[in-house]
Design a protein around this ligand. Structure first.
Ligand SMILES: Nc1ncnc2c1ncn2[C@@H]1O[C@H](COP(=O)(O)OP(=O)(O)OP(=O)(O)O)[C@@H](O)[C@H]1O
Length: 269
């Protein structure tokens, strides 16, 4: 089976500095890959390159093929169709995805209408509202009929992230990129949102690229991991093999840091 996403020798430079250096990985349809590494290791830039959203001052070389289409070097207007159809992104901070002046219903309606148009489905107000209610239920938000009319500032951080996830799900993309989607949330909400992403990705048959510096979180949701350090891959393989016998000092130090953190939490319990 052909891979849905193939990143091949991707490098990203900015003013002569190499920020991502020769990164390669692939995700099959429905597959789940984690990108791990400490702050500044190039995780987010790699994700931006996949969606064709790198800042104009950056140059990318190598190849990113998503759903059979080359992204590197393709003009932005040609990539517009790909976004939403083939890939959608959930960011760390839900407010980046949400318009503060728009009610929840209208925010979700935008990506939803794009998909309904693509599918040739009914687009009257009643059909759209029914789809929005179903999406709000799918992301497990209470009282969806009331919440539809709320503004982002009237919701908690966890609720806003669920709305951002509903907007991504409204597109039914083949690949969902989640860039530190739980980092801004408290621990209980983190677990709920992680569980939600897990079931949504499965139910909608999406592939997942999950970006995080938090190893236990990554291990709980993906099958394969790519470990980045200073823009380079230092380790790659199944979660089981990388986490049970890390082959690189850097991965060992990440695992040790996660373990020490857990031990401290245990001491305080
Ligand atoms: N717009 C930009 N202009 C210049 N350099 C940038 C820009 N964005 C990122 N960088 C640099 O590129 C490198 C990789 O950044 P990137 O955001 O991909 O890291 P990351 O692994 O996602 O980190 P974090 O977990 O903090 O988001 C860093 O050295 C960063 O300073």
């Amino acid at each position: 089976m052909n891979d849905l996403l193939t990143v091949d020798h991707l490098s990203i430079t900015h003013r002569g500095e190499t920020l991502v250096d020769d990164v390669s990985f692939a995700i099959p349809p429905g597959g789940r890959m984690g990108l791990i590494g400490e702050s500044g290791s190039g995780k987010s830039l790699s994700a931006l390159a996949i969606t064709g959203l790198l800042p104009p001052a950056m140059t990318s070389t190598g190849s990113v093929v998503l759903a059979g289409r080359q992204v590197v070097g393709t003009p932005d207007r040609k990539l517009d169709r790909m976004r939403g159809n083939d890939v959608a992104v959930v960011f760390q901070e839900p407010l980046t995805a949400l318009d503060p002046l728009m009610r929840v219903r209208d925010q979700i309606a935008l990506p939803l209408k794009r998909r309904l148009r693509r599918e040739g489905a009914a687009m009257d107000r009643g059909s759209i509202d029914a789809e929005i209610l179903a999406l709000l239920e799918q992301v497990r938000l209470p009282h969806p009929d009331e919440l539809m009319h709320a503004y982002p500032h009237q919701m908690s951080g966890g609720q806003r992230q669920r709305i951002a996830i509903a907007m991504a799900a409204a597109c039914r993309p083949r690949l969902l990129i989640a860039d530190e989607p739980t980092t801004a949330l408290d621990v209980t909400t983190q677990a709920e949102v992680l569980g939600l992403l897990d079931s949504l990705v499965r139910d909608l048959g999406m592939a997942l690229l999950f970006i995080s510096h938090d190893l236990p979180v990554v291990a709980s949701i993906v099958d394969e991991v790519t470990v980045l350090r200073l823009g380079k891959i230092v380790e790659q393989g199944s979660v089981r093999s990388v986490f049970s016998s890390p082959g690189h000092d850097y991965t060992q130090s990440l695992l040790q840091a996660a373990k020490t953190f857990d031990d401290h939490l245990g001491d305080r319990a």
